[in-house]
Design a protein around this ligand. Structure first.
Ligand code: SF4
Length: 580
């Protein structure tokens, strides 16, 4: 009994110290128990938080744009630093982001526990980290969206935290302090009161490693897009933080000396329009009072364009770019994918309304829907051109774990068996997409996809969209100067243009012409336009890389070398449906 008790508690250093004292002094069992009971509720623990690597071949890492200003990765690990803020104050925390820095042996030696986890395309590194920790006897806790969607993939971890951390972390901490060293903790879905979420531990970040800093106002989205996992992870009733709470987060960033680009990482910032409209005046007053230390971006659904008042509020609050999911030019496809908010409207005109409110638009598009009739390539190219969207993230449809799409494909017997395993060596849906049996011939989908990339990232087409965007972007009232200390200010616009020209061997003259055209038609737009040019340094070569990969897949199909992956068994398909 006593030995068992000691073994069970073997990882808790303070309790061990109490037991050692007891052993040295020949203290009775009753005294040992009193010693333990007298320990503070939370004893010290060294927690090493490791943010796993994303695969490098990804649209999203914008590596060349980062390099231009000396950053190492675009986005911060906001989830991990939020979890850090939820842990007992007596616990010591170190953060290592594997996308920006090396994991040192000394960090591992220091740690009592490792916390890790992330998204699907971090799965491979997460699993490697779990294996490494287990091999050295270091307890490892895994959480985040991918473990929440596919917990079975992470069975090797000592602990799995499933769902939103705020809803369950206290139970994990209590279990750890009681000496438990294995377990799964699952938060009830969509129940977390985000008004109680603490300020993320921004102090753990090295700001100059990142292009921008993320904050979050809301979780959840009211829409029902079939391919989306957000509504499965966070629900359809957006939950929002209080104004005071949000401003306290921004104040914390300000007090830590951060200035520059802040991204509201909400999957749809306008999911609860009433709440965001109530918050924006408070944010506007705060940034004025602080002399505009931050410029904002976010994601929003396209119905933003229908609300002129909201557009003006965002403009006054220093929002300069919005990511919008457009997905397809085809009305029937949008309706079938339950993206109804994009139907019964001119998508291009909706995007132009956002430009006229002074914000540029980056958009997501998808190829591979069941309802695509014939080739979707030319209509998609035409839409990207007509809407003048310089940076279009065009990917192949990917059946993410834990979505309505995945469950439907499973029911229809069309889902690949390893659909929820991050494909080896592939960094996103551009090269890893179509993880299911297609309705249209796979070859046609891939040819469409290649044609779109080839067209939209041709330097001439890209520069044409930049010029037309500059003509529409009303940013007359945007400050030309960046806030003091903004990482983007490390390189002046002129130096940036010079760098761009020297790094763009092909199309250099066309880019120079685009720059001078934008200067002459809308000098206020130039900072934003040059930033988009900097992103081309990544998306231009990346699109050519993707085309090469797609060419290989096309060649395999044409030469009869393509071996279709095995399909999920009916039993597994049933499991997916039951777990939904
Ligand atoms: S609008 Fe965006 S976040 Fe909302 S359900 Fe659709 S894809 Fe998901």
């Amino acid at each position: 009994m006593e030995n068992g008790f000691v073994l069970e508690l073997s990882g808790n250093t303070a309790i061990l110290r109490a037991l050692c004292r007891a052993a040295r002094g020949g203290v009775s069992l009753e005294q040992q128990r009193n010693d333990i009971a007298a320990l503070p509720a939370s004893t010290a623990c060294n927690v090493l938080m490791i943010y796993p690597r994303f695969m490098t071949d990804s649209f999203w890492n914008f590596s060349e744009a980062c390099e231009l200003v000396g950053a190492r990765y675009p986005a911060i690990p906001l989830g991990l630093i939020t979890v850090a803020a939820l842990l007992p104050k007596s616990w010591n925390i170190r953060l290592v982001n594997r996308n920006t820095e090396e994991l040192a042996e000394s960090d591992l030696a220091w740690a009592d526990m490792v916390m890790t986890g992330g998204m699907l395309f971090q799965q491979s590194d997460s699993l490697d980290l779990i294996e490494m920790c287990r091999a050295r006897g270091l307890p490892v806790v895994v959480g985040g969206p991918d473990v929440s969607s596919s917990p079975h993939r992470y069975a090797a971890a000592n602990f799995r935290v499933i769902g939103e951390a705020e809803g369950i972390l206290d139970k994990f901490v209590a279990a750890w302090e009681e000496g438990q060293r294995e377990g799964t903790f699952e938060a009830p879905k969509f129940q977390v009161d985000v008004t109680k979420t603490p300020i993320p531990r921004f102090d753990l970040l090295k700001f100059d490693q990142y292009l921008y800093i993320g904050v979050q106002f809301s979780r959840g989205c009211p829409f029902t897009c079939e391919f989306c996992d957000i509504i499965e992870l966070y629900g359809r009733a957006p939950r929002t933080k209080t104004h005071a709470q949000m401003l306290a987060e921004l104040q914390a960033l300000y007090d830590l000396g951060y200035r520059g680009h802040v991204d509201f990482v909400d999957d749809n910032l306008i999911g609860n329009k009433k709440a965001i409209k109530a918050f924006l005046p408070a944010l506007e007053a705060w940034i004025k009072e602080h002399d505009y230390p931050f410029e904002f971006t976010t994601e929003a659904s396209l119905n933003l364009a229908d609300d002129a008042e909201l557009l003006q509020m965002l403009r006054r609050t220093n929002f300069f770019a919005i990511f919008v999911g457009i997905e397809s030019p085809d009305e029937e496809t949008l309706a079938a994918a339950r993206k109804k908010q994009n139907t019964r409207r001119s998508i291009a005109e909706s995007v132009h309304k956002i430009y006229r409110a002074g914000m540029s638009v980056t958009a997501g598009f998808i190829v591979g829907f069941d309802t695509e009739k014939g080739s979707v390539a030319q209509p998609m190219i035409d839409l990207i051109e007509e809407a003048n969207i310089p940076i279009a993230m065009v990917g192949l449809l990917y059946a993410l774990p834990n979505t309505q799409l995945t469950r439907r494909l499973a029911r229809e017997g069309r889902l690949h068996v390893d659909h929820d395993a991050a494909p080896a060596g592939k960094g996103d849906q551009c090269t890893a997409g179509v993880n299911y049996e297609t309705k249209r011939p796979r070859l046609d989908i891939l040819r469409d996809y290649r044609k779109i990339l080839d067209n939209i990232y041709d330097p001439d087409a890209f520069c044409g969209r930049l010029e037309r965007l500059a003509a529409m972007l009303d940013c007359a009232d945007r400050r030309k100067e960046l806030p003091q200390g903004d990482i983007r200010g490390r390189v002046s616009t002129i130096k940036l243009v010079h760098e761009l020209m020297s790094r763009l061997p092909e199309g250099r003259e066309r880019f120079w012409k685009a720059f001078t055209t934008c200067m002459s038609i809308n000098p206020n737009s130039v900072r934003g336009i040059v930033t988009l040019m900097a992103f081309y340094l990544h998306v231009g070569p990346y699109s050519r890389y993707v085309m090469k990969q797609i060419d290989r897949q096309i060649d395999d199909l044409e030469q009869g070398r393509f071996v279709a992956p095995k399909l999920l068994s009916p039993v597994e398909a049933e499991r997916l449906a039951v777990n939904a």
